[in-house]
Ligand binder design. Structure first.
Ligand code: CA
Length: 409
């Protein structure tokens, strides 16, 4: 039970990151969502016409429509916000349990043939595929137990992201029909299988790894593993470089010349005193590798130089903590151990504090966005501008110390 809770918390945060990604579509919600809410039956009638126009098989649709139900707990999960923002240390504590590492090494050995085959075919190294697998479902142990059809139905009926989830629901109905799937279970957000694919991801990237003529990312491990490798390969995985590495900043940086999006070859970072965290020299072959500086807890926390595959991971899940976890877990699976060189200094910062900071930034004229406790791109930009004017390192990271300074304490 305890294990289950722990994992569901982690899945929740991973799910959060996924939904942040999907929030992109908020602004693009079309006329369908603008209409006044209808009863579930009216919605079903409207959805039926839409699904038919999108090419869902009519007799299949008419068989499945009466089975589609609303799950109130899906809306609750979707609306629920965690009380505390997870810091890098909180997140990695959850991800790097001894069990996840041990299981991962065991699974990598047990399924070495499958993973090797996928690696050769799609050029995504075994350790990365295993790391994604471990983060998504603890290597297939927790694939979710919510009826996917009903989860997607509920989110497509709910007004907030109707366009996004209607598209996913239509894709899922086509998958159910084509692959003859029944009773699929997954996350409350509609992701399913060993790698928690959304239906449109399945449509675009799932492959038949075991050659039985079906694509089954839930019950067939060869299908699931090759589908994940194919997905990563299609979105640009480059096996000539790694994901990135922990680094050490050995002297003060000139924050005016770069920001979180600046990509420079490693030799430029090296010129500015950034070295591998283990204190070794940069190998000469790395000099021209493009990299950006990632500071998940600001200048006082661990620092990383992230390469191209880090951004590919961000395409899978738009969360820096998730992308770092994939990279670090992939290394730990090989080394058998997980180690961060930067001394641990946790700096929790609550949603309430984040809201207060947003309000203070508005008062001081740095910020014009929402006061929602989520420090997104605009809020981080505002923090950096405030830090610049106050001659502080411009890491854009919110801490209690910074909040006190803004409060004038
Ligand atoms: Ca298959």
């Amino acid at each position: 039970m305890k294990k289950y809770i722990k994992n569901s918390i982690l899945s929740f945060f991973i799910g959060c990151a996924f939904l942040c990604n999907s929030q992109v579509s908020y602004a693009q919600e079309s006329e369908m969502s603008q209409k006044t809410p209808t009863s579930f039956d009216e919605w079903k009638a409207e959805f039926r016409l839409h699904a038919l126009s999108e090419g869902v098989n009519e007799s299949f649709l008419d068989k499945i429509l009466p089975q589609m139900q609303l799950l109130p707990k899906v809306i609750e999960s979707d609306k629920k916000q965690p009380e505390l923002r997870l810091t890098f240390w909180d997140y990695t504590d959850k991800v790097f349990s001894e069990k996840r590492l041990k299981e991962g090494r065991k699974m990598m050995k047990e399924h070495a043939d499958l993973l090797k085959k996928a690696e050769q075919k799609y050029h995504v190294p075994t350790k990365y595929i295993t790391a994604f697998w471990g983060l998504e479902t603890s290597y297939g142990t927790y694939k979710g137990n919510i009826n996917t059809l009903n989860a997607l139905t509920t989110l497509a009926y709910d007004k907030r992201r109707r366009t996004f989830f209607t598209k996913e629901l239509v894709a899922f109905l086509k998958i159910m029909h084509q692959e003859k799937l029944t009773d699929v279970k997954g996350s409350w957000a509609g992701a399913f299988g060993h790698f928690q694919f959304m239906p449109t991801t399945f449509t675009a990237y799932a492959v038949d790894g075991d050659g039985d003529g079906k694509r089954d990312v839930i019950n067939s491990l060869p299908d699931a593993i090759e589908s994940a490798a194919n997905y990563l390969s299609q979105i640009g995985w480059d096996d000539s470089v790694k994901w990135g590495r922990e680094v050490k900043i050995t002297r003060p940086l000139n924050w005016d010349e770069f920001n979180e999006n600046t990509i420079w070859p490693i030799r430029e970072w090296k010129k500015r005193g950034i070295i591998p965290a283990n204190g070794m020299e940069w190998p000469s072959s790395f000099e021209f590798v493009p990299a950006r500086l990632v500071l998940p807890m600001g200048i006082e926390g661990p620092a990383f130089l992230a390469y191209k595959n880090y951004d590919i991971t961000m395409n899978w899940n738009r969360s820096n903590l998730y992308a770092l976890a994939v990279g670090l877990l992939s290394d730990a699976l090989i080394l058998g151990d997980y180690h961060i060189y930067t001394p641990r200094k946790n700096m929790p910062f609550s949603y309430e504090q984040a809201k207060e900071m947003q309000e203070l930034l508005i008062q001081k004229g740095y910020y014009t966005g929402e006061v929602d406790g989520i420090l997104g791109r605009e809020a981080r930009k505002a923090i950096r501008a405030y830090q610049k004017d106050n001659k502080l390192p411009q890491d854009g990271y919110a801490t209690e110390e910074l909040l006190n300074k803004m409060r004038g304490i």
